[in-house]
Design a protein around this ligand. Sequence first.
Ligand code: MG
Length: 402
Amino acid sequence: MKLYSAIITVGVTWSLAATAFAASGTGQAFYGDPPDDHHPWCVHDWNRPQPKVVAPRPVSELEPKARPPADAIILFDGTEASLAKWCSDKNPNEPTKWIVRDGAMECVPKSGYIRTKEEFGDCQLHVEWAAPSKVEGEGQGRGNSGIFLLGVEIQVLDSYNNPTYADGAACAMYGVSPPLAIALRPPGEFQYIDITFHRPIYKDDKCVQPGWVTVYCNGVLVQDRTQIEGPTGHRARTKPGPLPEKGPLRLQDHGNPVRFRNIWYRPLRPALPKGGVRGPLTVEATMAKRKEIAAMIRKDAAKHAGQQPAEMLRLFESVVYEKDAPTSQKAGQLAAQYVEGLKQLPADKLAAKKDEVVKVSDAFKYLAKFEFIPATFAPKAEIEKLIKAQGWVQAKGKAKKK
Ligand code: MG
């Protein structure tokens, strides 16, 4: 009996799977590029686990956050005027043949991909799309479009009750990474997609910082800092390589009248040309940046020339970023003069400078602690002596509260 039900179960499972295969219309095995040393699945592999289905967040929760922030660059706002920001992808001199209807732009099948005239790179991107409410086609043939950032496709597909190969489902990085979940509303309703995109950084043909993409679908995390190896493709394994520094946003015509609205982006800080950017920088990039900061502070110190202790403190501050013997020497001389000046002040004038003097003493303690000045720096000892004599006792290097 047990054996019999097992056979039945296997039979049912197989027939369901077979239905799904047949429904895919794109073949099953022997289709996409085979596994390799870093990818255990074929491209578009039906053996790859299907994403779980998650109920999406209600529109009422998402809608306020979907409004473009003040610095967003609007790519489409539902008007004909904003459609003019797009053109044919194949012939960029020609306007798009996609149409605006009810505040959304709609793909006109066979009219071709479209692209923005605007070009950009690393970004935060918001897109809303809706698959046709009239359900037609199966698998990749139902409500298919795509959001292309520098050649990387974030899949647009009506994956609502519509299985396909996992790496081709809605919000997949197409052919590379299935979404963590299917969090779609039914066809006809708008899906709210939020993307953070960072291209990989190459230096001398070597990837010094991988690119990655994070995607939320209707408020549900579906790509979690997924690594970008290179441009995505159909059936073909992604070839690791650099992406252009910037390019247009492209939307796919896959033969389905998918609708789009409320498209905006915010450029994200681009990569520094020398070495990495996110996380620890390379030694070269760090030293270059420190030099730049030190120069900025010294320039500011020059504005305070003759005003002590402002000039002296700014000069010392610059040394924290970049050691520079002449600057240290000059700051040291100004410090000695400053402390000498304090000693000449009548008691009431000195008392009025209490906060300033304590601040300078704290600065000296910091500079000595991190060895930017010698522990034996004479003005440091003198100012501490003066503070003690005044009874302005400091606790743990911090000025005592008034
Ligand atoms: Mg597509």
